[in-house]
Write a protein that binds this ligand. Structure first.
Ligand SMILES: Nc1ncnc2c1ncn2[C@@H]1O[C@H](COP(=O)(O)OP(=O)(O)O)[C@@H](O)[C@H]1O
Ligand SMILES: O=C(CO)[C@H](O)[C@H](O)COP(=O)(O)O
Length: 520
């Protein structure tokens, strides 16, 4: 930087661990994303509905992407680091070494992924208790939450895992521990996935009733008895060892983390939309629904007072925006379902060849193919005879039944590229209708939503965005900065650095993402 009088730039690093890859960004104090890197991570599916990862593999990917985004930067100007991640369960022993979460005793695979459905029997028994904590997860606990998975480990891997375990982390909290050595948990993960209450703390009677009284006996030391708000600064910042791993300087501020959907929600929900004539411009922030759409879609709506929506997670206090209650609707697979339908079709190899020849992604190719075959009619008319029920991995909201299955009606004998394109369209429409179903449930319970704010990998697909606008009848706002989840993670680092007083101040005064919008 030239000129002694100019204030030196301050930078923040955000790291986002999604289901399929880890991303990092270098962001400046105005919220401009200066560098981006991503790296795939490993996944194992040793048997149907068992999904596992490795915390060492994930950390190694975090190191690769962080080193890339800070290349050529004066490290002294990097002020803070924030992590977000999927809400997967990481298991470590008392010395913080990985423990196997599988019958094969492969300790490398020490993460039960969020979409793992192994603990169906456990969650059914938990739901039969009708314990009052269930009111705060939409009335029914999901098999994707942590309590059933912990009970599964106790009942199935007692000797090889449960008895040896010293620490159970939500993945976002594992990352902040790895960076700082501090085992404090984020209020976000504990409230949203572990039944912790921001107001009342842990409920001993719940853990005793479900057969996990072990946690009560040791004062919750294995699952977290120090809880901090997202963005709070952890300990003395980055440890020398983690600094070496990540290519940063020791001591920079590291924030208490967020779950990935919540980082995305934080990155977009406060967007400045002035001057676009959008209905939400004159309305409170509670009229906005952030939809974070990647492997899954998460529908984040906030309110000043708690709203209980049957089948929609929450209400969670201060879990995303401090001082507000959060309801989180969700569709367990969306991006994964679209990939599954397209990649499993007989015409997929032909699609790949044709898309590659045009240097396009398969989705860009399919979108232009649909435009070609729709002729004079709106594209939606192509699916009058073909319908998809999208619950291939169960229904998270608002039916809250993860045993539900998917369905396609209207199939013919032909399996050409036209059929593939129309099946793809019907899948996208079904997902958009699922969003409408969730919004209707939220509105029936007291939310008043006027505008959707989309981010995540699927928001890069214009057909997906347009179908959400068409099917819900609401304007859809997209961020100018497509990596909004990473901006949310960087906001955490900025807050922890002390350069901004709170995550709201980061959004209002500094790390504000400039927005454009897309009318329906
Ligand atoms: N440019 C794009 N066009 C269409 N779909 C996309 C695009 N980029 C990503 N996706 C889809 O988004 C999903 C992954 O989103 P992402 O936010 O990266 O996931 P995660 O955070 O779960 O790892 C995949 O299903 C992928 O096919
Ligand atoms: O449960 C969730 C958030 O509460 C998410 O579905 C989960 O974290 C996976 O996210 P993604 O689809 O971005 O990989």
């Amino acid at each position: 930087m030239s000129g002694g009088e100019q204030k030196p730039e301050r930078y923040y690093v955000g790291v986002d661990v999604g289901t399929g890859s880890v991303r990092a960004a270098l962001v400046d104090q105005s919220g401009v994303l200066l560098a981006f890197a991503d790296q795939p991570i490993k996944k194992w599916e040793p048997q149907f509905n068992h999904h596992e990862q490795s915390s060492e593999d994930i950390w190694a990917a975090c190191c690769v992407v962080t080193k890339k985004v800070v290349q050529g930067i004066d490290l002294n100007q990097i002020r803070g680091l924030g992590f977000d991640a999927t809400c997967s369960l990481v298991v470590l022993d008392k010395q913080f070494h990985p423990l196997p979460v599988n019958h094969e005793e492969d300790s490398h695979r020490n993460v039960i992924m969020w979409l793992d459905h192994r603990a169906v029997s456990q969650v059914n028994r938990i739901n039969e208790t009708k314990h009052s904590v269930l009111q705060y997860v939409g009335g029914v606990m999901s098999v994707e939450m942590q309590a059933p998975k912990l009970l599964w480990l106790k009942e199935n891997l007692r000797e090889t895992c449960w008895d040896k375990a010293g620490h159970f982390f939500d993945l976002p909290d594992f990352l902040s521990w790895k960076a700082t050595g501090v085992t404090a948990r984020s209020l976000c993960s504990l409230v949203c996935k572990w039944t912790y209450s921001a107001e009342r703390g842990w409920d001993d009677s719940f853990w005793k009733m479900i057969g996990l009284e072990d946690f009560v006996a040791d004062n919750y030391s294995k699952i977290g008895n120090q809880v901090l708000p997202p963005g709070a600064s952890l300990g003395n910042g980055l440890t020398p060892e983690a600094a070496r791993d990540l290519g940063l300087l020791p001591g920079i501020a590291v924030a208490a983390s967020l779950i990935d959907a919540h980082a995305g929600g934080l990155g977009v929900i406060g967007a400045d939309v002035k001057g676009h004539g959008l209905v939400c411009e004159g309305q409170p922030v509670t009229s906005r629904l952030a939809v974070i759409c990647g492997t899954s879609s998460c529908h984040m709506g906030i309110s000043k007072d708690p709203i209980f929506v049957p089948g929609v997670w929450g209400p969670y206090f201060s879990a995303m925006v401090p001082g507000f209650w959060l309801n989180e609707g969700g569709q367990s697979v969306t991006g994964k379902l679209i990939d599954h339908m397209v990649e499993g079709h007989a015409a997929f190899p032909e699609l790949q060849v044709k898309a590659t020849a045009r240097c396009q992604s398969v989705y860009a190719y399919l979108n232009s193919h649909l435009d070609l075959i729709k002729k004079a009619q709106p594209v939606g008319f192509l699916t009058v005879d073909l319908h998809v029920w999208p619950d291939f991995h169960g229904n998270r909201s608002p039916l809250a039944d993860l045993t539900l299955k998917g369905m396609v009606t209207g199939l013919k004998l032909s399996q050409d590229l036209d059929d593939l394109a129309i099946l793809y369209l019907a899948t996208v429409q079904a997902i958009a209708l699922g969003t409408r179903f969730i919004i209707e449930a939220m509105e029936a319970a007291g939310h008043s939503i006027s505008t959707l704010f989309l981010c995540g990998g699927l928001s890069k697909n214009p057909l997906f965005v347009q179908m959400h606008a068409d099917v819900t009848g609401m304007p859809v706002v997209l961020s100018q900065e497509v990596e909004s989840v990473l901006v949310g993670a960087a906001i955490l680092g900025a807050c922890a650095s002390g350069d901004f007083a709170s995550v709201q101040v980061c959004e209002d005064q500094g790390l504000k993402d400039s927005k454009k919008y897309k009318d329906k």
